[in-house]
Design a binder for this molecule. Structure first.
Ligand code: ZN
Length: 234
């Protein structure tokens, strides 16, 4: 199976679904990680252009830990726009290139506008990517796939429908997260948060809910014809 995870900032995928992606990867599936925004505003001292490059490198080294390809739409932070045709077309290109059987993205009710915009863009792009007469720079079309929404930040307002046991991949997930060094420092300075601890606590809590040590939680985008009768998550 081709699995495409589309998150907003470099580190969102690591935070919300990397344990599941690691499991997909272990099972021999092909995993692609796409960051829509380039994360250029996430620091107190480093200037946006330099940070953009640092975060691209951090994202690549995180993805390499599970053999995932990492791509970016390279949109500036806080400029993600659910109504933008140009941004939708960039995501269509990513989808047509990755040829996913399954897409994972943000919940439409996540905590900040760019995450919500990514969720809406992915929903629209994954439909449009199937239309042969809708041309973008990437040739070919993609199939209409199931979409899974990953947990919200800190799980607020998110009622899980499916859990993935990540007890064996929590270590890889945290290592992936730790590749985002610039962000761990930013979160500590700007928000006084020990981010690995935050992510570990969320995984532990989701684990408690389903009777395992650590878990990640998902909801299914239930619209025709994206729903499947079988379980697709590991
Ligand atoms: Zn984010």
């Amino acid at each position: 199976m081709n699995v495409l995870a589309i998150g907003c900032h470099p580190d969102d995928i690591e935070t919300l679904c990397a344990g599941t992606l690691a499991r997909f990867s272990q099972l021999g599936h092909i995993v692609t990680i796409c960051h829509v925004a380039n994360g250029n505003m996430g620091h107190t001292q480093i200037q946006p252009d330099e940070l953009r490059q640092i975060r691209r490198k951090e994202a690549r080294s995180a993805g390499s830990l599970i053999g995932a390809e990492v791509v970016s739409c390279d949109i500036g932070d806080l400029l993600v726009d659910a109504e933008s045709k140009e941004q939708k077309d960039k995501i269509i290109d990513v989808i047509r290139q990755a040829q996913p059987d399954l897409i994972i993205t943000h919940s439409p009710e996540d905590y900040m506008p760019d995450h919500v915009a990514v969720s809406r863009l992915v929903f629209a792009a994954s439909f449009t990517a199937t239309l042969p007469h809708y041309e973008t720079s990437q040739p070919g079309i993609a199939a209409l796939t199931p979409i899974y929404y990953m947990d919200t930040l800190a799980g607020i307002g998110f009622q899980p429908e499916e859990y993935v046991d990540i007890s064996e991949t929590i270590g890889v997930k945290l290592n992936m997260l730790k590749q985002h060094e610039s962000q761990l420092k930013w979160m500590a300075d700007h928000d006084q948060i020990d981010f690995p601890e935050f992510v570990l606590t969320c995984a532990r809590y989701r684990g408690l809910q389903c009777g395992v040590t650590h878990a990640e939680a998902f909801r299914v985008c239930r619209v025709w014809p994206r729903v499947r009768p079988e379980r697709l998550l590991p």
